[in-house]
Design a binder for this molecule. Structure first.
Ligand code: SF4
Length: 241
C-alpha cells in the first residue's frame, strides 16, 4: 500500500533524519520544514529538529513489511551526508540485502561520496541509485552516478531551477523532473522541461514528469494542484524498464 505522497515511490524509510544544505536545490528543503513541524508537534523521532540524527531503532522496519514495496530511503535526509559513518550505511545496506522482495531508491546530492562508498561495497540488486541535478552546475553528479553498477541509475531534476542544456544520459535509465512548490517556490519554465524530455527520448531514458509546482506551464503562480502534471495535455510518468 502506498503510504507517501511522493509519486515515484510507495513508501519511505528514514533511518537518518536531518541534513545540511549543500546546493541551490536545498534552499526550500521540504525535509527541513517537515522536521521542524514534527519537532514542534513533539514527535520523539524529530526531537533534534533538522540536526542530522541516526535512528538505529528503525533499521529493522523493512523486515516487518511482508509485501514487496518500492522504498525511498532517507526522504528526510541524505544517506551520503558526511556525518553518516560508513558503518551506519553498512547497516542500511545489510537490511536491504536481507529484504530482496523490496526495491530501494537511494537518492543523493552527495553523488561523489555515494560513488566512493560503492567503490568498496557491492551494490545489492534491489537498489536503484539516483542523483539530484537541479541546475547546470550540479551536472557533474551524473558522472559519479553513471559508472555505478546499479540495476537502475536515475536523476531527479527537482526542483528544476534552470535549463540544464545538453545532457549526457549514457547509462542513465530514468529521469524525474518537477517544479518547486510552496510560497517561496522558484519558477520552472516549460522549455526547460521539454528540453529534458526530448533528450530522454533521443537517448532512451524513461521520463517521469512529477508536477509543475507553484508556477504553472503558463508561468502563472497558483496552487500546485491546479497547475497539475500535464505536458501539453498528457501525463508522462514512465518508470524504468
Ligand atoms: S540534501 Fe536534501 S535533505 Fe539535505 S538539505 Fe538538501 S534538500 Fe534537504
Amino acid at each position: 500500500m502506498k503510504t507517501t505522497k511522493i509519486e515515484w515511490t510507495d513508501k519511505t524509510w528514514n533511518p537518518v533524519t536531518g541534513c545540511s544544505k549543500i546546493s541551490a536545490g536545498c534552499v526550500n528543503c521540504y525535509a527541513e520544514v517537515m522536521a521542524r513541524r514534527l519537532q514542534a508537534m513533539g514527535q520523539n523521532k524529530y526531537k533534534n529538529g533538522f540536526q542530522l540524527t541516526l535512528h538505529e531503532d528503525v533499521l529493522s522496519e523493512p523486515l516487518s513489511w511482508k509485501l514487496p514495496h518500492t522504498i525511498f530511503v532517507c526522504s528526510m535526509s541524505d544517506l551520503f551526508h558526511k556525518n553518516v559513518p560508513d558503518e551506519f550505511i553498512n547497516k542500511v545496506i545489510a537490511v536491504i540485502k536481507l529484504t530482496p522482495h523490496h526495491r530501494y531508491q537511494l537518492l543523493t546530492k552527495r553523488a561523489d561520496r555515494m560513488a566512493e562508498y560503492f567503490q568498496n561495497h557491492p551494490i545489492p540488486e534491489n537498489v536503484w541509485l539516483g542523483a539530484t541535478v537541479e541546475n547546470q552546475s550540479e551536472k557533474g553528479r551524473i558522472d559519479f552516478l553513471r559508472d555505478l553498477n546499479a540495476s537502475v541509475r536515475f536523476l531527479s531534476c527537482e526542483p528544476l531551477l534552470e535549463d540544464l542544456g545538453e545532457l549526457n544520459l549514457e547509462n542513465i535509465d530514468w529521469v524525474i523532473v518537477g517544479g518547486e512548490s510552496g510560497t517561496s517556490a522558484r519558477p520552472m519554465k516549460e522549455e526547460w522541461v521539454l528540453s529534458i524530455k526530448r533528450q530522454t527520448e533521443i537517448q532512451g531514458s524513461a521520463f517521469f514528469f512529477k508536477q509543475w509546482g507553484t508556477w504553472g506551464s503558463d508561468g502563472v503562480k497558483r496552487n500546485k494542484y491546479v497547475n497539475g502534471k500535464l505536458i501539453n495535455g498528457k501525463i508522462y510518468q514512465a518508470m524504468p524498464a
